[in-house]
Design a binder for this molecule. Structure first.
Ligand code: PLP
Length: 407
């Protein structure tokens, strides 16, 4: 008799962490369901709704029976709309065979890593990072090389740090601007300096995650590394999607543009997994990308105002220090000043995870600890909530901090 017990988990999952963010979101929702007035500043999605003309396009697609399999890379009308968008908004020239559409930007990144990494290949990830990057790399048998980029450097990787992190095994550099979780933005001169390093290391590719490109503040505009270093075009993968800019997180629609061999390899991965993004979401995305864009500026201004409220309030809270982000809808305050302090319940706050847990349990504000993004002690606060909720949450955080005593 064979006495082995079934092993349900693949070895490749041993380096993959379950999502800390979703765990906290779940806990906040359970508390809300139990009747508590939790203010949820944990989740990373805009609080606007999908534009009406986009919803209408999806309804039409359903009525017109656009319900069959599409091509793996996405419908031609959508890839043409992406081609035109990249030209119009980013001054980038791609042909439709250099574009692929996936079920969200997350799947774009997943497909890219599965398509290009072999065991032991390294991916440079500046920390703090969007929490899925290292785990996607690990699923694809790659090695995440985390480079700490603290607050003093606006959470951005310096050219010297990049140079030092590159080895013969490096395959990719992950660049995300504006950044989740910090709202940090890479400007032209910084991108040029990074490009100079990359020019010396021609085996390194760049994944440029531009998903927050339209959420820039204080009159700034978005610059891609390809705008300052077009010579890198044969090794940059531009990643984007409709989730954040059109408030379409649930529609699951992302896209990439890049060298046709990478795109073709990504299509091979997709062809043996999800096949393609939903045909209805693809039709909606055509309407989104070809439709009006005047609301981008309005939304950016709205997030800019909320950023100012939150940053101003946080900097008056004892033990918290917050720099003002230049984009996206997150702030990433440093909470070093509360570490080692004691709560009125008599517990010592030993980490940002404990601080966030206490803020949720005792003060009913849901945030995400810096540990989820690879740089502690911090917390990520989403500003995608109403001004009233943000003000109430800031009052609660301030009161919480004033209750702490030296341990
Ligand atoms: C930096 C970054 N990249 C990619 C994604 C994934 O977006 P999507 O909803 O298109 O999968 C997110 C979502 O939070 C993000 O913050």
């Amino acid at each position: 008799m064979d006495i082995r017990i079934a092993n349900h988990r693949a070895e490749r999952l041993s380096n993959v962490r379950p999502s800390m963010i979703m765990g906290l979101v779940q806990k906040a929702r359970e508390m809300t369901d139990a009747g508590e007035t939790v203010i949820d500043l944990g989740i990373g999605e805009p609080d606007f709704t999908t534009p009406d003309h986009v919803k209408q396009a999806a309804i039409e697609a359903i009525k017109n029976d656009e319900s069959r399999y599409t091509t793996i890379a996405g419908t031609l009308p959508l890839r043409r709309a992406i081609e035109a968008k990249l030209k119009r908004e980013n001054q980038l020239d791609y042909r439709v065979n250099q574009i692929t559409v996936c079920g969200g930007a997350k799947q774009v990144i997943f497909n890219a890593m599965m398509a290009t990494l072999s065991r032991g290949d390294e991916v440079i990830i500046p920390a703090p990072y969007w929490s899925s990057y290292p785990d996607i790399v690990a699923v694809a048998d790659g090695v995440p090389v985390i480079v700490d980029c603290p607050q003093q450097q606006n959470f951005l990787i310096s050219p010297e740090q990049l140079e030092k992190a590159i080895t013969p095994q490096t395959r990719w550099l992950m660049l995300n601007s504006p950044s989740n979780p910090t709202g940090g933005v890479y400007h032209e001169s910084h991108l040029l300096a990074l490009a100079e390093v990359l020019n010396r290391h021609r085996h390194v590719m760049v994944l440029s995650d531009d998903i927050y490109e339209h959420l820039l503040f204080d009159g700034r505009t978005f610059t891609s590394i390809l705008n300052v270093a077009p010579n890198l075009k044969d090794r940059v993968l531009v990643v984007n999607g409709v989730s954040k800019v059109f408030a379409m997180t649930g529609w699951r629609l992302g896209y990439a543009a890049g060298p046709s061999d990478i795109i073709s390899a990504m299509n091979t991965v997709q062809g043996q997994s999800t096949t393609h993004a939903s045909s209805i979401s693809q039709a909606a995305a055509v309407a989104a990308l070809e439709g009006p864009t005047d609301f981008f500026a309005e939304r950016a201004t709205s997030f800019e105002k909320r950023r100012d409220i939150v940053v101003g309030a946080l900097n008056t809270a004892e033990g918290i220090e917050c720099i003002s982000p230049e984009g996206a809808f997150y702030v990433y305050p440093n909470c070093a000043g509360v570490i080692g302090q004691r709560t009125p319940e008599g517990n010592e706050i030993a980490s940002d995870v404990e601080f966030c847990t206490w803020l949720l349990d005792a003060h009913r504000v849901s945030t995400v600890p810096g540990a989820a993004f690879g740089l502690s002690p911090h917390l990520r606060i989403s500003t995608a909530a109403s001004v009233a909720d943000l003000q109430e949450a800031m009052t609660r955080i301030s009161q919480a901090c004033s209750q702490l005593e030296r341990g």
